[in-house]
Design a protein around this ligand. Structure first.
Ligand code: NAP
Length: 311
C-alpha cells in the first residue's frame, strides 16, 4: 500500500528572515504549519558580519545572532522546522504538492521564502577559479587574504560592506565599479571613500579572472579610455547582486525576466494559494526588514485565504 501523503494547512519553504517571520506568524496564529529548510535556518543573513539597519538594534547585530534569535523566536511559539529540500511544486485541485527527496507533501497553502544567492558575472576564468581566489562572500573568505591584495567587483550595499570587511585582512582592496557613483547607501559609500585601504576604480569593467592554480590577476577595461590591463591580485570577490533560488519553480508560477517571483500587494503569486516573501520576490529593495515584513503579510494572507475556504 502506498504511504499516505501528509496534508498540512501551510508549508513555508525557506528559513531565512522571510520564512522564519512567516513561521513565527503561523505559529502564533496556531496554524497547522511546517517550515522546510534545506540547510540550517538563517539564509543569507548568516554570512552578514554586522547588520546595522535592523530597527531597534542600535549598535548593530551580527547576522548569525539575528538569524539565531529569529529561529528561537519562532520555535518559542511552537513552529515545526524540518531539514528538507523542496525540488518541485504543482497544483492538484485545490491542494499544492511539494516534491521532496523524502516524498511528496501536500499543503492547502504555501509560502515560498526560498531566497537568493550571489549572482555570478560569468567572466572567463571565474567558474574555474571558484575556491581558488574567486569568492562571493568576503565575510566567509576574507581571513584567507591576510596582507594580500584583492579585487572586489560591484557598487551596491554588498560590495561596499564586503570591501570594508576585506580591509581587515587584505593590505589593499581595489573596488571595481562600472559607473562613477556607488549604488550603496550613502553611509556605506562614505565609509568606503574614507577607507585608506580601498582604492575605487571608477568606470571600470572586469573582463576576465586570470590564473592557473589560483587567481593571479583580474583583466580590467577602463570604460572612459577603452584601455585594457591586468591588475595583479590574490583574490577576486564578486558582489554584483543576487539571483533567486527559483529554478525548481520555473513554469509553475509567474516570474520576472531574472526569475524573481511576481506577486500582488498581499504576496499572493499567480498560483492560487501560493504566496512569496523575501529575496526571491520581484521588487525594488532586498533587505532583512523587508523580507520579515513580507513574511508576516504572506502568512496573514495565507490564513485569510484558508479561512475563505479556498484551501
Ligand atoms: P545590488 O544592489 O543589485 O547592486 C549590484 C551592484 O553590482 C551594482 O552596483 C551594479 O552596478 C553592479 N553590477 C551588476 N551587474 C554588473 C555587471 N554585469 N558588471 C559589473 N557590475 C555589475 O546588489 P547587492 O549589493 O548585492 O544588494 C542586493 C540587495 O541586498 C539590495 O537590495 C541591497 O540594498 C541589499 N543589501 C542591503 C544591505 C544593507 O542594508 N546593509 C547589505 C547588503 C545588501 P550599477 O550600480 O551600475 O547598477
Amino acid at each position: 500500500m502506498a504511504a499516505k501523503i501528509q496534508t498540512r494547512d501551510l508549508v513555508i519553504v525557506g528559513g531565512g528572515p522571510a520564512g522564519l517571520t512567516a513561521g513565527l506568524y503561523a505559529a502564533r496564529a496556531r496554524m497547522d504549519a511546517v517550515l522546510l529548510e534545506m540547510l540550517s535556518p538563517g539564509g543569507q543573513v548568516l554570512t552578514t558580519e554586522l547588520v546595522e539597519n535592523w530597527p531597534g538594534d542600535v549598535e548593530g547585530v551580527s547576522g548569525f545572532a539575528l538569524a539565531e534569535r529569529m529561529r528561537a523566536h519562532a520555535l518559542k511559539f511552537g513552529l515545526e522546522i524540518k531539514n528538507q529540500e523542496v525540488t518541485g511544486l504543482r497544483a492538484e485541485g485545490k491542494l499544492k504538492v511539494l516534491q521532496t527527496p523524502a516524498g511528496d507533501l501536500r499543503a492547502r497553502a504555501v509560502v515560498l521564502a526560498v531566497g537568493a544567492q550571489p549572482r555570478k558575472l560569468g567572466l572567463p576564468g571565474e567558474a574555474l577559479l571558484i575556491g581558488k581566489g574567486v569568492s562571493y562572500c568576503g565575510t566567509c573568505d576574507g581571513p584567507f587574504y591576510r596582507d594580500q591584495v584583492v579585487v572586489a567587483i560591484g557598487g551596491g550595499d554588498t560590495a561596499a560592506e564586503e570591501a570594508m570587511f576585506l580591509t581587515r585582512f587584505a593590505k589593499k582592496v581595489y573596488l571595481v565599479h562600472r559607473r562613477d557613483q556607488l549604488r550603496a547607501a550613502g553611509v556605506l559609500a562614505e565609509r568606503v571613500l574614507a577607507n585608506g585601504k580601498i582604492q575605487v576604480l571608477w568606470s571600470h569593467q572586469a573582463l576576465a579572472v586570470k590564473g592557473q592554480a589560483k587567481v593571479e590577476a583580474v583583466r580590467l577595461k577602463d570604460l572612459k579610455t577603452g584601455q585594457e590591463f591586468d591588475l595583479t591580485a590574490d583574490g577576486a570577490f564578486v558582489f554584483v547582486g543576487t539571483a533567486p533560488n527559483t529554478g525548481f519553480l520555473r513554469g509553475v508560477l509567474d516570474m520576472d525576466r531574472e526569475g524573481f517571483i511576481i506577486h500582488d500587494r498581499n504576496q499572493h503569486t499567480s498560483l492560487n494559494g501560493v504566496f512569496a516573501a523575501g529575496d526571491c520576490c520581484s521588487k525594488l529593495l532586498r533587505q532583512i526588514v523587508v523580507a520579515a515584513g513580507e513574511g508576516a503579510v504572506a502568512t496573514y494572507a495565507a490564513q485569510r485565504y484558508l479561512e475563505d475556504d479556498h484551501g
